[in-house]
Design a binder for this molecule. Sequence first.
Ligand code: IPE
Ligand code: IPE
Ligand code: MG
Length: 259
Amino acid sequence: MLENTAISPQGRPVLQGETLIEARNLPRHVGIIMDGNGRWAAQRGMPRPEGHRAGSRSVRRIVRLARRIGIEALTLYAFSFQNWHRPDDEVSALMALLHDYLLSERREILDNDIRLAAVGNIDKLPEWVRFALDELCKTSASGDRMTLTLALSYGGQEEIVAAARRLAAEVAAGRMRPEDIDLGALSANIPSMRVGEPDLIIRTGGETRLSNFLLFGSAYAELYFCDRLWPDFTEKDLFAAIDSYQRRQRRFGLVLDDG
Ligand code: IPE
Ligand code: IPE
Ligand code: MG
């Protein structure tokens, strides 16, 4: 399908002549809550890990398209801090799939100048997964076309707590005053903010909640919820989300001239 994606004479990427998105008003940072793998499997009478396997194929498609249309930062919610409480066999299957993904996508990531990063409580991942993750993050560090951040063992609240703890320690050590703690200091201690605030957050699977994703940065993010289960999410759906984003007026609390 990607072959049908082109930039029109007006500088607009088009998909099969159906959805037009403007190249100049792209969201810089897109976050995706990839939900619905379990239900996808259940609908087919398959075990939940099969849904996750199908979901990893969507990851491949969407990373490729995001890179191609010029999204600077893509953050994918792959495993939440709370997801550790799922049944052991499901957690193991997810870890194995993550490991497979890191190996199978290595070439694609490096060849396409994608920088891989991770946010979350990475220390909790099994060592063999962490090893592959660290290696690819390091090897791809000079990638300058898109930063792909995997949110793994990630919780937005946990991330804010950790930042508060670090800043409190600085104050206790006398290196900072309480009044030095401002938005800048807090953001600088929130790893998911390294790529800036998300402009657009997409959630698949029909639920309309953030489930602890990018809580600090999402203050003024545009939210896009779609019913499609993640394994069924295609290039066309990403274009529809971006098209919806581009029709919105972001006001950031201000009154704009035309409104
Ligand atoms: C999202 O799909 C993937 C992860 C949370 C790891 P789910 O596994 O939550 O799928 P549903 O929501 O149960 O369908
Ligand atoms: C959010 O989905 C986490 C990921 C997509 C990785 P969940 O399925 O865990 O969220 P809830 O339980 O529906 O809120
Ligand atoms: Mg879910």
